[in-house]
Design a protein around this ligand. Sequence first.
Ligand code: OFO
Length: 173
Amino acid sequence: MLSTKLSAALNKQIQFEGSSSQYYLAMASWAETQGLNGVSAFLYTHADEERMHMLKLIKFVNERGGHGIVPTLTQPPVTFKSVKSVFEEVLKHEMKVTAEINNLVEITLKEKDYTTHNFLQWYVSEQLEEEALARKIVDKLKLIGDDKGGLYFFDRDMEVMAQGESKAEEKTK
Ligand code: OFO
């Protein structure tokens, strides 16, 4: 059975994953309107992944005798300055999520809830991957700078990456 404190903290994380999904969905939609099909495909998949992270938490909370609360939708930004700024935001956001996950892990240790501790390890490794990927993308974009041709190839690379991500996501379902 989850403690009240942990249940509230996990519900906060549910909200966080839900808003990450909305945030990336807004980025995907913006990128699509800019003709950046690869970038948008990648971000649409990323938004789906965040929804899956939220769902996984809801189910876990319920399984442990708590109640996973479906969060309210808040409107994310509509437009973005550039592709580079989008991925800088993604990286910043993922770093924030990592900090939240670490905070949750700390609570499980304090409360000696080893089941939840074990469950959260999946999120710990996921964050490591997501942060590394976002960092790699930001670095690429820094190299490209204002080169339009470079951005064209970047968008194509992102399309390929999006296909790989969605296959990987299928496997984790
Ligand atoms: Fe759910 O990992 Fe990104 O935010």
